[in-house]
Structures are given as C-alpha cells and as structure tokens.
Design a protein around this ligand. Structure first.
Ligand SMILES: *Cc1c(COP(=O)(O)O)cnc(C)c1O
Length: 387
C-alpha cells in the first residue's frame, strides 16, 4: 500500500490497551490462566429490566430509522429528572442535553469543535488517554498538569502558568477519577469556576464514575454555583448500569457548548440508536437497586483486595470511588517492569500507570473486574512473587 496514513495519526502514542491486550493474548495462547485486571470494563451483566426495555424498543419500527440529533425528548427529559433527583441540578432538555454514543464520543469530538491548530487544552494527568489523543488529532496541544498524591490528586491551580490559563480553550476534569479513583471537593470545583471566569476556558468534567462510590456520593460539577456558565459535564450509562457495549451517554450543561458539540456531531454520526435510548430511559428512571447492588459488589472486592495487597507490602490507596485500585509499584521497579512481571510471573494483567501520563510512573492500576474468588487467586499469586 503506497497511500500513507495522515501525519496526524502518527502523532498518537500507541493506544495503551492495545499493547496490553496483545501481551495478554500471547500469554493466553501459551496456555496461561490469565486474570485480567487491565481494562476498566464491568464484568457484571446489564440488569434484566434494562435489557427487557431495550428488547421491546428494538421491536418498534419507529426506532429503526436514523435517530439524528440531540436524542429522544423522553431521553432528555429523563436525564433532566435524574440530574434533579441525584444532584438537585436543573437542566433544560431542549438546550442543555445532547445524547452521545457513549461519553467517549463526546469527549473525543469536543476538541474538534473547539480547538484551532496550535490551541492548548489543559489536562491534569494521570488521565484517560482519550483526552490527549483527541486533542492531538484536532491539531491542538496538551498542557499536562501533574496530579500528585501530596495534593490529594487535585491539580495545583496556582502552578499553572498564566499564559497557559489565558490561552487554553479547554480544561479537563475527571472525578471520581480514572485511574486515580479519588473524588474532588466542592471548594476545588469553585476555584476552577473562578479561574474559568477569569480566563475564559471551557471546563470539561467527565463524570462517568459518579455512581460508583463507597462513601459520600460524589458531586456533579454542575452543582457548584456558576458552573453552567463555564462548563459541561459528560455522563454515561456505561459504568452505572453495566452498559459499556450499548454505547449511550450524554453531555449536559452550558447550552452554547452543548450546541457547538452537537453541530460537530451532526456531521459525523446520526445519533444514538433509539432503542438504546429507550433502554437508557429505563435505566435512569427505573428502580435503582441495581446500582446499589453494583456498589455492594465492588465494595466487597475492594475490601478484599486492598487490605490483602497491603499485607503483602504494597502501598495502595483505598479507593473512595470507582472500581480501580491505584497502587505504588514495589521499590526499584517501574510501572512497565511491574506490569510485565505481574503478567509473566503471576499471569495477572494490570495497567502500567505511566500509560495515563508521566505522573503515573511508579504506579500500576488494577481494575476490580473479576469476582472475589479470582481476586483471591490473584492475591495468592502476587504473594508468591519476590520483589
Ligand atoms: C469508562 C469511561 C468513560 C465512559 O465511556 P463511555 O464512552 O461512556 O462508555 C468515560 N470516561 C472515563 C474516564 C472512563 O473511564
């Protein structure tokens, strides 16, 4: 083939999970019994009442056509009601909500809608790799801000150069955080809103894990006064209802930003399959015991895994939210070396922390996406390793 891929594609770092997946597949081919704590994809099934709603909706001919645009009014009204009851936030379904093919769809198209070549976006890291990738694909530049344990994994806002703040188009936030698993306090969001007002950037909050918590329910960015003037929030049914494969989420908040992202998307895709939107309506407006049950299962896993890993000498953060465990690597080993040894010697897949950004060096991320018995096997294997 003589036709070359675009230079912009060449700007991308290798997709983190592709490399891990290749190593994992090679080990499986050699017959290894792999325990995968790598990719953050829930192992639990979608709750039956949501599947039933999706099946019924799929049979309706009206749903077989192009969905187009912001999404079903019933979907947007359901999101409005859910935001009101969960966060006491008011959203206008007509202008402040847009359906997405999973929140990744919106998060990764946003830079194309906002950034001119050479523009800057601020990304606190370690972070979801898709933010940086989509900024680069849009011709933009990523200004990384380190998230350090000594600052409770919040960005030090005073440490960001004023010329970056004043020229940045977008400022990404993600709490509860993947991969760090921490939540952010109200005062932090308030400071970001003040900065956004002063400098005129758009705050982009990824709230995909807002329902996967073990202590206080995390805040929505939009709960903080002034948020809607400067920002948008991305949400998803993926993690809350074990619906990663269904591909449904939404963006909400500032009406201008919602419209601008919608305008871009209207040129790329033709909307979220309406049957899937109806399933999302069933998820968000139906009984929420399934969400409590999801939290109970992950809590049980966390409460097994974290203390035992600590007993084995690992320095681990006990996550207040998400199904991730962010662990320091054993002394003398890099993130990559730790991940490699875990794979080769214990047949455990984890994610090297530096794949989420330079400040992730010295950590690995475990996703608690296997049942407790398998976690116990993983712990036994780790316990037999010598570091
Ligand atoms: C899983 C995840 C999402 C959700 O992605 P969907 O496209 O909604 O499935 C968004 N942000 C982060 C950080 C995630 O880990």
């Amino acid at each position: 083939m003589t036709t070359k891929a675009s230079e912009r594609l060449g700007l991308l770092p290798p997709y983190l999970f592709a490399a891990i997946d290749a190593a994992k597949k090679a080990a499986i081919e050699k017959g290894a019994d792999i325990i995968s704590l790598g990719v953050g994809d829930p192992d639990l099934p979608t709750p039956p009442h949501i599947i039933a709603a999706g099946q019924a909706a799929m049979a309706k001919p009206a749903n077989h056509q192009y969905p187009f645009g912001a999404g079903l009014l019933s979907f947007r009204q359901t999101v409005t009601r859910w935001y009101k009851s969960r966060f006491n936030v008011d959203l206008d379904p007509a202008t402040e909500i847009y359906s997405l093919i999973g929140s990744k769809d919106g998060l990764t198209h946003l830079p194309l809608a906002y950034m001119n070549p050479g523009d800057t976006a601020i990304v606190p890291e370690p972070a979801y790799p898709a933010y940086n990738a989509s900024i680069l694909l849009a011709g933009g530049k990523t200004h990384y801000v380190p998230l350090l344990e000594k600052n409770n994994f919040l960005p030090d806002l005073n440490d960001i150069p004023v010329d970056i703040l004043s020229t940045a188009k977008l400022f990404y936030l993600n709490y509860p955080s993947n991969p760090l698993s921490v939540v952010a306090p109200r005062s932090f969001y308030a400071s970001v809103i003040r900065l956004a007002r002063e400098h005129g950037f758009l705050v982009v909050h990824d709230a995909a894990y807002s329902e996967m918590y073990y202590d206080e329910p995390p805040l929505s960015f939009l709960q903080i006064p002034g948020a809607k003037e400067v920002g948008i929030e991305f949400h998803s049914c993926s993690k809350t209802y074990n619906m990663t494969g269904w591909r449904v989420g939404w963006v909400c908040g500032n009406a201008d930003a919602v419209r601008i992202l919608g305008r871009l998307k209207d040129n790329y895709d033709s909307g979220v399959f309406q049957a899937v939107q109806e399933a999302a309506v069933a998820a968000l407006s139906g009984p929420q015991e399934c969400v409590a049950e999801m939290r109970r299962i992950y809590r049980e896993r966390r409460d097994l895994f974290v203390p035992k890993l600590r007993d084995l000498g690992w320095k681990v953060i006990n996550p207040p939210a998400t199904f991730y465990v962010w662990a320091h690597t054993p002394a003398g080993f890099t993130s990559a070396q730790t991940a490699e040894r875990l794979l080769n010697e214990a047949h455990i897949v984890c994610t090297p922390g530096n794949g989420f950004g330079p400040s992730g060096e010295g950590y690995v991320r475990f996703a608690l996406t296997v049942p407790t018995q398998r976690l116990q096997v993983a712990l036994d294997r780790i316990g037999r390793m010598k570091w």
